[in-house]
Ligand binder design. Structure first.
Ligand SMILES: Nc1ncnc2c1ncn2[C@@H]1O[C@H](COP(=O)(O)OP(=O)(O)OP(=O)(O)O)[C@@H](O)[C@H]1O
Ligand SMILES: [Mg+2]
Length: 284
């Protein structure tokens, strides 16, 4: 069953040099699956995720034929209705989690507040839930973290705290923008396991944005490859290493490999035609 159906999404920014098109006619759909979005820096991955939740800052412009959440077109909702969608149905873990936390509130107070917005519970129940959520994302000393402020957290802790907060409302869809890139390998594994369980056990849909092709090939079900604001290829994650598009091949070939050390990394050869070819919608 399709959870989310995005049709012909554009994100544009007016600049002094004219309109800059960060996302150019992207179409895809999301089921109860782990959908990866990969592509080099600046290819439009974050803007695609943010546009779905109407989180593009002014003067940015979002246009789309549809952004349908189980049949409801989010493009037609008011800002107040959109706030409800963001709070309850679709959550996003931002690429820079620290900017999303309130700097003058303790971590504990923020998680409890997020929980109390969604559940009828006493403060002590909310407190117990907050500690439980921190434990669920492998925060070792939750009691200390509850009393701490965001600036006292490392980048990786901030990221896990954001994931804990985003999971409190039990969303149907989680958009995770580079959720594990600041984490060391063992914590990364734990966070991936948490997200994996949400997809498998609760039937959540996950959009997993990453520049790490190996990680996405291993973790996701399907992958969208973006280049210059377009989707240039859609493939099953386990077939990513056999991807056809020359840009995808270039990305794969420029990955360093431990088993096949190379004296020099290949430089990605670009072709202007990739950016102009119509966006593929793949098997959507
Ligand atoms: N406010 C803005 N004004 C103009 N251009 C912008 C603005 N915000 C983003 N962009 C541009 O939009 C393009 C897409 O940005 P986006 O953040 O989606 O890239 P990304 O694929 O997430 O990259 P990264 O891997 O570095 O996170 C970039 O070229 C960026 O410079
Ligand atoms: Mg990004």
């Amino acid at each position: 069953m399709t959870l989310l159906d995005v049709g012909n999404l554009w994100v544009k920014f007016p600049t002094r040099q004219g309109m800059f098109e960060a996302v150019r006619g992207v179409s895809f759909s999301l089921k109860k699956e782990r959908l990866g979005i990969v592509g080099e820096s600046g290819s439009g991955k974050s803007m695609t995720g943010r546009a779905i939740l109407r989180l593009i800052r002014k003067p940015g412009i979002v246009e789309a034929d549809r952004i349908a959440l189980e049949g409801t077109d989010l493009m037609r909702l008011t800002e107040i209705q959109m706030r409800q969608v963001r709070g309850e149905q679709i959550s996003m873990v931002m690429q820079d989690p620290k900017f999303s936390l309130n700097p003058v509130m303790t971590i504990g107070a923020q998680i409890m507040e997020a929980y109390l917005l969604h559940a009828k519970a006493s403060r002590s129940e909310a407190r117990a839930k907050a500690v439980e959520m921190l434990e669920a994302v492998s925060i070792r000393d939750p009691e200390r973290v509850m009393r701490a402020y965001p600036h006292e957290m490392s980048g990786g802790m901030g990221q896990r705290i954001m994931i804990a907060m985003m999971l409190i409302p039990n969303p149907q869809i989680l958009i995770a923008d580079e959720p594990t890139s600041a984490l060391d390998v063992s914590v990364q594994r734990q966070v991936l396991d948490i997200m994996d369980r949400l997809v498998t056990d609760r039937g959540m849909g996950l959009i997993f944005i990453s520049h790490d092709l190996n990680l996405v090939a291993e973790f996701c079900d399907r992958v969208l490859i973006m280049y210059a604001g377009r989707i240039v290829e859609v493939c099953d994650a386990d077939k990513l290493h056999a991807a056809q598009h020359p840009y995808t091949r270039g990305l794969l070939n420029s990955l360093p490999r431990l088993d096949q050390p190379r004296a020099r990394l290949e430089v990605l050869q670009r072709d202007a035609a990739w950016a102009e070819a119509p966006s593929v919608s793949g098997r959507v």
